[in-house]
Design a protein around this ligand. Structure first.
Ligand SMILES: Cc1cc2nc3c(=O)[nH]c(=O)nc-3n(C[C@H](O)[C@H](O)[C@H](O)COP(=O)(O)O)c2cc1C
Length: 169
């Protein structure tokens, strides 16, 4: 049985929501990470990933400038880092330098990968689409990396930016 609900109530049922960290270099060559809750696999063959950003994000300009971005899957022990990346702007912060988060150069694109992430996907910018108040960037996956140690992914587990792992049953 269903009852009518407003959008705010109904959408609260989406949790847990996977998190990704997207990284793009700005016009000065600084790699800037952003925490993203709104992301999806957009195509299987060729493989494409999509992320939704508001126009005002510093990362939006960085992706448009560099025409590529990394999508990293943060691990469940990266909650503090994901909150930092998701509450500070690359406009006035070097987020990797401030946090000491370790990165390595990407193989195929002008970006970096996050060493401790569960996985990293290097993407070239395929297209962008305006959807209401967000811009969906679609990236074609050109290289992938997975952590040599098994790790659980990080999720938003509830509203108000409660981050954590999801226990496998
Ligand atoms: C858990 C979490 C999820 C977020 N999801 C998104 C998102 O999907 N899209 C978006 O534009 N911003 C999202 N944000 C906000 C950005 O990460 C935040 O505004 C960030 O500081 C922008 O960085 P920038 O200015 O360097 O691009 C999220 C933040 C958090 C903490």
């Amino acid at each position: 049985m269903q009852k009518k609900a407003d959008y705010a109530e109904a959408i609260k049922t989406k949790y847990p929501e996977q998190l990704v960290i997207a990284v793009a270099k700005d016009k000065n060559g600084k790699a800037n990470p952003i925490t993203i809750g709104w992301s999806m696999i957009a195509s299987g063959e060729p493989a494409m990933l999509a992320i939704a950003l508001t126009p005002k994000r510093y990362t939006t300009a960085a992706i448009r400038h560099s025409k590529c971005f990394t999508v990293a899957y943060p691990s469940e022990d990266m909650a503090e880092l994901a909150l930092f990346f998701g509450t500070h702007s690359g406009r006035d912060t070097d987020k990797f330098a401030e946090t000491g988060c370790k990165t390595s150069p990407a193989d195929k694109i002008d970006s970096v990968i996050i060493d401790d992430a569960v996985a990293n996907f290097e993407c070239t910018l395929e297209s962008e689409h305006t959807a209401g108040d967000h811009i969906i960037f679609v990236g074609k996956v050109v290289a992938c990396h997975v952590n040599t140690k098994p790790k659980g992914r990080l999720y938003s587990v509830a509203t108000n930016r409660v981050l954590g792992g999801v226990i496998k049953k």
